[in-house]
Ligand binder design. Sequence first.
Ligand SMILES: CC(C)(COP(=O)(O)OP(=O)(O)OC[C@H]1O[C@@H](n2cnc3c(N)ncnc32)[C@H](O)[C@@H]1OP(=O)(O)O)[C@@H](O)C(=O)NCCC(=O)NCCS
Length: 220
Amino acid sequence: MSSGLAWEGGRHPGWPVRLGPLRVDAGVVALRPPKLFDASTWSRIRLRDRAYLENWEPTAIDGWHERNAPLSWPAQWSSLRSLARRGQALPFVITVDGDLAGQITVGNIVRGSLRSAWVGYWVAADRAGGGVATAALALVVDHCFGEAGLHRLEATARPENAASLRVLTKAGFREEGLFLRYLDVAGDWRDHMCFAMTSEEASPEGLVRRLVAQGYARTA
Ligand SMILES: CC(C)(COP(=O)(O)OP(=O)(O)OC[C@H]1O[C@@H](n2cnc3c(N)ncnc32)[C@H](O)[C@@H]1OP(=O)(O)O)[C@@H](O)C(=O)NCCC(=O)NCCS
């Protein structure tokens, strides 16, 4: 078992990194750090997909348009980059066939004897239903329990979010309970189901190999 001590006083393990590729029905999925020039594509998708995304994401205090306009990206990108440099997050852009198609972020990384974090994601509506989120999650989980040296990952989803619950179940996350009035989403405090996985549950083969063996993905 990793001691996790390699991180102490050193550089954040597992960052920066590119993960994948992995082929699914929607195309070839890969993960990379966000870039400043992602602004226009990111904003175009987020403004177009407002109705599909807004019910599941934290309430945007400034309003959806302001929070997702191209000009709001540099501040979000810079914040993600500095969290990653401080070892507090692993923020990825999801690409499908080379095009930006979503984000997956490992946040609130705590080291020491906890070595835990949460993971959150979204996928563009025109790429949904083709295995993208499941592939991205598998790549991230294997990286977190490998090079990044974490032991536990948590993910929460509203009970009504059938697609996200299915992603977590397919990936092998275990349901732990219901958090009442957990997160301010779409303008109110929403209950969330909590799922988790520890490194023991992903080993020995890892989630990517498991997905491939189950026929959900192919190595690209
Ligand atoms: C949740 C989300 C990330 C899933 O992305 P995706 O790339 O479509 O996910 P996948 O294709 O890997 O898996 C989706 C699964 O949910 C299933 N699904 C989709 N909509 C569903 C619904 N309304 N009811 C039941 N199952 C549903 C799909 O059939 C698929 O399962 P299958 O492979 O067994 O057929 C995407 O829908 C999204 O971004 N939603 C808006 C934001 C969001 O909810 N983020 C997560 C917050 S917790």
